[in-house]
Design a binder for this molecule. Structure first.
Ligand code: AMP
Length: 501
């Protein structure tokens, strides 16, 4: 199928051709005809599948057929600022031979340029929910003329605690509208949300995530948590890594990994939700332009980022959600390129690894870290470390920036939830000084290959030997309920809790 066959308007075809798109991606082939026919669309697709054009192109086409109004006719909701900015740029690129005007609004930056843009009149508004609600409350945004509503990365909106905000926003959009709803995963809550927002939608799916990652070499190191920083430094300096995304589970963990790498003279930068918008933009630009080749990211900050040519994805921490693993590693091996995903699995993370292997329907290739260079680094951590006198200064500047940003305004309730949500719910994030099975390092060499029962049992055996079993949480003792009488008078004899001592 070609874009011409989709019967898109000539200015759009011209823009798409100029971008070098030769044919629509599968999600575009599936979604665009329905969207052009005016149907609501429920799209299951992740970043990298071309989903932005899947909703942007038919919307631009439909707007062209209607008289200009300078009123917001399209509202696109995005969970993160970075994704919002990318969607805005895509609308601008695809609509560059049209008069259609777009604007993007998101929090963390001065609102004045955004309200100025809105005052001039826009057809398409791309927004994150928090800033949109702020500007709606201040009277800068009116949604009564919206004809097209897009929700992008709906599952991430849920993760970030935006669902109530979304409902509040959708309640202000006319019911007579066309809605395009995209989500990488479709858990029950997302389906329920979609049911209330969409009318008789067609469901379209990009290739299911578990098969889109087939081109990626997926590997795992069993590694004691305290050895992870050394292994990462070792791999980044010995593998042919052109650009790497390194995923960690906490914001604090991201900063710590960057600091550890810098001590080995490896320049890396972190992107996470505690950075100011300015810092995030700068870090991202550095990475995109390859000024920084290693980006340490939390899932939420990295979600939706369109970064090509990532040769390696490192899962420094194994994600608890197997879907998250698929999203992470999908950042490499894009557009037909091959990519490598390397996961570091600590003792506490075997359960999560098993869930991942079930989802991707394969055992990851197991690697063992015992090359002489790695051992040397491990045994002599000071060797090769760069003295970086600016470490503290750098941290101080970043901390100051973050504090400054936080100090500018009160946090919205969901933002507080978000920062909690981003914290680890799982096993403790051990620091490098935390004790681990130091003296029981992995034994054999790299690349034991894929598949095979022998390999599986060896893996399990090695895992069992290598790591101590995770300590089970002590069961809470049953507390008898406090009776009504004791609630009124806690000193009354026979209080169930006090009687337990
Ligand atoms: P998305 O999934 O929307 O983030 O798109 C991922 C990347 O694919 C972006 O860099 C787009 O510019 C690119 N892209 C989207 N559609 C096509 C297409 N039909 N052909 C080639 N590249 C595309």
């Amino acid at each position: 199928m070609t874009f011409e066959e989709l019967k898109l308007a000539p200015p759009i075809l011209q823009a798409v051709a100029a971008l070098g798109y030769t044919q629509p991606t599968p999600i575009q082939q599936k979604a665009i005809p329905h969207a052009l026919a005016g149907r609501d669309v429920l799209g299951c697709a992740q970043t990298g599948t071309g989903k932005t054009a899947a909703f942007a192109l038919p919307i631009l086409h439909s707007l062209l057929a209607k008289p200009a109004s300078k009123k917001i006719r399209v509202l696109v909701l995005s969970p993160t600022r970075e994704l919002a900015a990318q969607i805005f740029e895509s609308f601008r690129d695809y609509g560059k031979h049209t008069e259609i005007r777009s604007a993007v609004i998101f929090g963390g930056v001065n609102q004045n340029p955004q309200t100025d843009a809105l005052r001039k009149g826009v057809d398409i508004l791309v927004a994150t929910p928090g800033r949109l609600l702020d500007l709606m409350e201040q009277g800068h945004v009116r949604l009564e003329n919206v004809e097209y509503l897009v929700l992008d990365e709906a599952d991430r909106m849920l993760d970030m605690g935006f669902i109530l905000d979304i409902r509040r926003i959708v309640a202000k959009v006319p019911k007579a509208r066309q809605t395009l709803f995209f989500s990488a995963t479709m858990p029950g809550e997302i389906r329920r949300l979609a049911d209330t927002i969409l009318t008789n939608p067609v469901t379209v799916e990009a290739t299911p995530p578990a098969t889109t990652v087939d081109a990626i070499k997926q590997q795992v190191y069993q590694i004691a948590t305290h050895q992870k920083p050394v292994l990462l430094a070792h791999l980044l300096s010995t593998l042919p890594v052109s650009r790497a995304l390194i995923f960690v589970k906490t914001k604090h963990g991201a900063d710590r990994v960057v600091k550890q790498l810098r001590r080995w003279g490896i320049a890396a930068e972190a992107i996470h939700g505690d950075k100011t918008q300015g810092a995030r933009t700068r870090v991202l630009e550095n990475f995109k332009s390859s000024r920084t080749r290693f980006l340490v990211a939390t899932d939420i900050a990295a979600r939706g980022l369109d970064i090509d040519d990532v040769s390696h994805v490192f899962n420094y921490d194994i994600p608890h959600e197997p879907d998250t693993y698929v999203h992470r590693i999908g950042r490499t091996g894009r557009a037909g390129a091959t990519g490598e995903a390397i996961s570091f699995c600590g003792a506490e993370e075997f359960g999560s690894l098993a869930d991942i292997e079930r989802l991707v329907k394969k055992k990851l290739i197991q690697l063992r870290a015992d090359s002489p260079e790695f051992r040397e680094r491990l045994n002599n951590p000071a060797a090769g470390r760069a003295a970086l006198p600016d470490d503290d200064a750098h941290d101080h500047v970043e901390a100051h920036r973050s504090r400054g940003a936080r100090g500018q305004r009160a946090r919205r309730p969901h933002e507080n939830r978000h920062s909690h949500g981003n914290r680890s719910h799982g096993p403790r994030d051990h620091g490098p000084r935390d004790h681990g099975p130091r003296d029981r390092a992995p034994q054999h060499a790299q690349g034991s290959g894929e598949g095979g029962a022998d390999r599986d049992s060896a893996y399990e055996q090695a895992s069992a030997e290598y790591f101590k079993p995770v300590r089970k949480e002590k069961k809470r003792e049953h507390m008898p309920p406090i009776t009504h009488a004791h609630a009124l008078n806690p000193k009354a004899p026979g209080h169930p809790r006090r009687s337990q001592g």
